[in-house]
Design a protein around this ligand. Structure first.
Ligand code: DGU
Ligand code: CA
Ligand code: CA
Ligand code: CA
Length: 193
């Protein structure tokens, strides 16, 4: 989408309830100025349990993108150049529900969606291009949960190396339907367990 305006974000924007960005572009600055792979960067948006973020474009640098502290909805959110990762799902409960609906992400050196908490992430009507992994369930987080991901109607354009990485040993599951893979000549896009 075409941005309607721009915002420089130097401290994480905390969202509870619903935040509609009106398709403005939000990019990091100052302490959020990272566009590399350093871990422990802060996010541009931090969502409280139950929050919804919609109609937002994350520009570069995107730092650690979006963090959801509990259940959340990301609707029509676009990452133009993913930073360390695009969004991290951190709910400390098996009943957390995260929904990514609409939107897209590109230019992720490594991961797009990082699932560190518990619960189920649904990714629907999404597109991703030029990435490492669309989804990764944390393999070595302090608390390991059984994590679940449901992916439907997603268009994947290479290069990329995996759509989903889960830890079958922790009981993770992945359900995929309607995944279209485009233009990934010679690279291996796969589901890894
Ligand atoms: O314990 O080492 O890359 O949230 C955490 C893991 C690592 C995370 C993850 C992230 O998987 O730091 O960005
Ligand atoms: Ca990381
Ligand atoms: Ca990037
Ligand atoms: Ca991260």
């Amino acid at each position: 989408p075409t941005a309607t305006g721009g915002m420089a974000v130097s401290a994480s924007i905390e969202v509870s309830g619903s935040y509609d960005g009106g398709l403005r572009r939000f990019a990091g600055s100052g302490a959020l100025g990272g566009d590399g792979q350093d871990e422990d960067q802060d996010p541009i948006f931090e969502l409280a349990d139950g929050a919804t973020l919609k109609n937002v474009i994350l520009g570069a640098p995107a730092a650690d993108g979006v963090h959801c502290l509990g259940s959340c909805t990301l609707e029509n959110v676009w990452w133009e150049d993913v930073g360390e990762d695009a969004a991290t799902f951190k709910g400390k409960s098996a009943s957390a529900r995260y929904l990514v609906v609409g939107g897209g992400a590109r230019k992720a050196d490594d991961k797009v969606f990082q699932h560190n908490g518990g619960g189920t992430l649904t990714i629907r009507d999404f597109q991703v291009a030029d990435f490492g992994k669309l989804y990764r369930s944390c393999g070595n987080c302090e608390t390991q949960y059984e994590r679940h991901v449901v992916i439907s109607n997603v268009r994947v354009t290479g290069p990329g190396n995996s759509v989903v990485g889960i830890n079958a040993n922790y009981g993770d599951t992945a359900v995929l339907s309607g995944v279209t893979i485009v233009g990934d000549s010679g690279r291996d896009i796969s589901v890894c367990t």
